[in-house]
Design a protein around this ligand. Structure first.
Ligand SMILES: Nc1ncnc2c1ncn2[C@@H]1O[C@H](COP(=O)(O)OP(=O)(O)OP(=O)(O)O)[C@@H](O)[C@H]1O
Length: 468
């Protein structure tokens, strides 16, 4: 029954047993006995590891308190695991404290699993992560629109935009927002048939239905949902018959005025090998993107995580400046940022030390190295021309007037400082100039920055923007 585990083949219960022992070191023996020891690994399918828990209260507590650590240890063995799910096996769901919501999600199906009974009227939705709710989603400029749109859909009123299409780079919160919508809808309207699944799971189910000759059941099931959420839709690009079926499902639901929510790693128009008619359907509703995080948002996310960790590690001391340092240095991906903090807290509690800048640099040396931002010459040129309000063509062109020459020197200086490109290479990218011209430009800015406050400020501002 166990699947996935990249590089290592099958993950056995034994391996989970060994991981548990690792966890014991970080959570302490009391916590271990109460919360970790009873956890049974149920299934690893795709990016989700599912655990059987005795009650939903137990599952929620473990997810909130130890979820990150469990995930961290699992990912050390299989980096493709991205989420953990704690669910009560269907025969044990007699927990009086279980929240009121739609039927408990079941782990997702994979092609090699035995066929499910397709006569069910409801599609088992993929597991929802209990940590991914609106109250744990930190809102900032880069994601405020996406958050507002998600909130609106989660109110569950009449469908105003269909579909809601959320897109953005890796680890920017698309799945978090989708799960938050699903949680909220299920809590507000427990009778609603809300189905969340990845595009990959949609394909698995479709292929399975074909294989089992149960296409009518498949169609019926998907057409009976009230809200359909499909994550990572780019997955179906290039898969012709899945696209075809997705198209029909999509149309049928839109016709019935049922809400559809889709996510992808890029805008509909940019998904390669996607049929034109699907592309245009996806653009029909509201398309919102989650922008890359900025410094303030990253700091906000870190602060909210620290609040949460305080419950777990009440004695831990955190020195000033550590969160600011991390928010500056780990800029790409919230998942990496969170992972870094989890590791830092686990490490500091293990060695019983205050989290200082020094400890942070030591403990996260590899993450920090990997996160060193690679700024490109094009980005620098674009940023500098915007900053000085001149055209890009003039920045790299032949004009020698100071209004162009100074920004050009500034851009050359930043290229030298922020990229590993050689002077001849930089010269080539500035309209084929000689490397001595670049060297002169770089020196000129260095000199000016020592006596001209405005130039020093420009450097600082441009550097900061480029590092974001
Ligand atoms: N604004 C935010 N506030 C709090 N947590 C966030 C925020 N944005 C992202 N995260 C966290 O970052 C992690 C990655 O987010 P998520 O899985 O939603 O990303 P994604 O956009 O779906 O990425 P992928 O493209 O890899 O599927 C999750 O743990 C999520 O909770």
């Amino acid at each position: 029954m166990k699947l996935t585990i990249v590089d290592q083949g099958i993950m056995t219960k034994n391996e989970w047993g060994q991981l548990k022992q690792e966890l014991k070191k970080t959570v302490g023996s009391n916590n271990f006995t109460t919360w970790i020891a009873p956890l049974e690994l149920d299934d690893v399918a795709g990016e989700v590891a599912s655990f059987a828990v005795p009650t939903s209260f137990f599952g929620n507590y473990v997810a909130q308190t130890f979820g990150d650590q469990i995930l961290y240890h699992l990912r050390a063995i299989d980096p493709s695991i991205r989420r953990v799910n704690f669910a009560v096996p269907s025969t044990a769901s007699n927990d009086p404290q279980a929240p009121r919501r739609a039927p408990a999600p079941r782990p997702k199906a994979a092609p090699s699993e035995p066929a499910e009974t397709m006569a069910d009227t409801r599609i088992p939705t993929a597991p929802l992560d209990p940590r991914f709710k609106f109250d744990t989603f930190v809102v900032g400029k880069p994601n405020e629109l996406a958050h507002a749109a998600a909130k609106r859909v989660a109110e569950g009123g009449p469908v105003t935009f269909n579909p809601l299409f959320l897109y953005g780079g890796v680890g920017l919160g698309k799945t978090h927002l989708m799960h938050a919508i699903a949680w909220e809808l299920q809590e507000q309207q427990p009778g609603l048939n809300v189905v969340y699944l990845s595009a990959e799971q949609f394909m698995y189910r479709f292929v399975q239905a074909l294989r089992e000759r149960k296409m009518m059941d498949f169609k019926e099931m998907f057409r009976s949902v009230d809200v359909l959420m499909v994550d990572d839709v780019q997955f179906i690009a290039g898969k012709d018959s899945t696209q075809e079926e997705f198209f029909h499902t999509f149309n049928a639901l839109v016709d019935q005025r049922k809400q559809i929510i889709i996510s992808a790693d890029c805008a509909p128009g940019e998904i390669e090998n996607l049929e034109e008619r699907i592309r245009s359907r996806l653009q029909c509703g509201l398309v919102v993107d989650l922008h890359p995080t900025n410094y303030e948002l990253r700091l906000g996310i870190l602060q909210s995580k620290v609040e949460y960790y305080r419950g777990q590690y009440p004695d831990l001391m955190l020195a000033d400046g550590v969160l600011e340092f991390l928010a500056h240095r780990i800029t790409k991906n919230v998942r990496v940022l969170e992972g870094a903090l989890t590791r830092l807290f686990a490490f500091a509690s293990l060695v019983g030390q205050e989290i200082t800048l020094e400890l942070t640099q030591d403990c996260l040396a590899d993450v920090l190295r990997a996160s060193e931002r690679q700024v490109t010459i094009e980005e620098i040129q674009r940023q500098v021309s915007e900053h000085y309000n001149i055209r890009l063509s003039d920045l790299v062109g032949p004009k020698r007037l100071r209004v162009y020459a100074r920004p050009r020197q500034m851009a050359m200086f930043l290229c030298k400082q922020m990229t590993s490109r050689s002077l001849p290479e930089i010269g080539r990218r500035f309209g084929g100039r000689d490397h001595t011209t670049v060297m002169h430009g770089v020196r000129r800015i260095e000199e000016l920055s020592r006596k001209d406050v405005q130039i020093a400020e420009d450097i600082e501002l441009l550097r900061r923007t480029l590092e974001e």
